[in-house]
Unconditional design. Sequence first.
Length: 194
Amino acid sequence: MHLKLLRFAAITACAFVATHAAGDDDAATRKLAETCAACHGPEGNSQNPAFPILAGQSWRYIYIQLKDFNEGRRTDPVMSPMAASLTRDQMIALGNFFAAQKPKPIAFQADGKRVAAGKKISDAVLCPMCHLGGFGGQNEIPRVAGQYPEYVRKQLHDFKERKRTNDAGNMTSVAGALSDDDIENLAQYIANLD
């Protein structure tokens, strides 16, 4: 019985934090998000293919990535210093801010053959099992649908080369088995999704 009470308390606390932070679209959060716009674009819709679109990501994914940058589990010459001074509440607030934004389509002309090949690879390595069928993501798993192919390609290569390892081994395992051609096909397929 004691374990059930603790589990209920933990779930309730997480729900409170998420709901409370979701309502915190105040001036301080907007001001903090303005700093992010320099790379990630207005309201998280990046105009630069080197930077991911944050709009529409789950608050939890953004929070975990910021926390990983903050604590050194993920490193980047731009993001690591940006996240270094963020508090837990600020990371949650930013997560909720970007989660509430609408992702906008990117300007990208996909190669139909590569898209078809990318779908086959996606199905073979079970990408939809974690990222879901529309690649909309869930909880700690990112929304990758409609991300720039350049960004997807870089992340897959980083996982493959173990330059990025803050994934509990899931993506490093999958990406390790992909050829460069597989990665290009997946990047085109994913970028083509809404």
